[in-house]
Design a protein around this ligand. Structure first.
Ligand SMILES: [Zn+2]
Length: 184
């Protein structure tokens, strides 16, 4: 009861913390993004230019596998902005083509299905560096210049739990430190 009362009566505030790894104060809600889908990373560097096309928002491999980048927002309880992951999801050829063709316009009436296709060591239930288990997602396209919003289908994965229910301030600190300073 006390916790609920406190939550109702405290204004969300800007997230920041003093980092026990590097000693700096990290300001603002954490935001991390992946430069490419994991499948692109599996290609040898020499194969990448031959077999794949990659931009900040689109990726195709062998004109057979298709990916787009979206935003997964995990609420931080008590903070004014979410913990944001810039993630890649698979797309059917049809969805990818439609997304690419409408990319410069208002796509907010569009959407698609995709599998999350990144690795996040902080959420991985298998070995470090291995892909995150397949998570099914709805991908909600948005207005001009905004990356799609990702919603994870209900499942027992901890990333689904955090996305759906939010994380504590302390969890956000732990996740941010582990992502920024993975060597520790
Ligand atoms: Zn730090």
């Amino acid at each position: 009861l006390l916790k609920n009362w406190f939550a109702l009566n405290s204004q969300p505030k800007a997230f920041e913390f003093r980092c026990s790894d590097c000693g700096e104060v990290h300001k603002g809600s954490p935001s991390f993004s992946f430069a490419h889908p994991i499948q692109y990373g599996w290609l040898d560097v020499s194969e990448r230019s031959r077999r794949a096309k990659l931009s900040d928002d689109l990726c195709a491999i062998d004109d057979a596998e298709y990916f787009i980048r979206g935003v997964l927002e995990v609420p931080i309880i008590g903070a004014d902005e979410p913990f944001t992951w810039g993630v890649w999801v698979t797309q059917s050829k049809e969805s990818f083509t439609r997304y690419r063709q409408t990319f410069n316009g208002d796509q907010s009436d569009g959407g698609s299905f995709g599998w999350l296709t990144v690795t996040m060591d902080v959420y991985n239930r298998s070995n470090a560096g291995e892909p995150l288990e397949n998570l099914a997602c709805d991908v909600w396209w948005r207005g001009p210049g905004m990356r799609p919003s990702i919603e994870i289908h209900e499942c027992d994965h901890p990333l689904y739990h955090d996305w759906r229910h939010g994380i504590s301030w302390q969890s956000a600190i732990k996740l941010a430190q582990a992502t920024m300073h993975p060597e520790n």
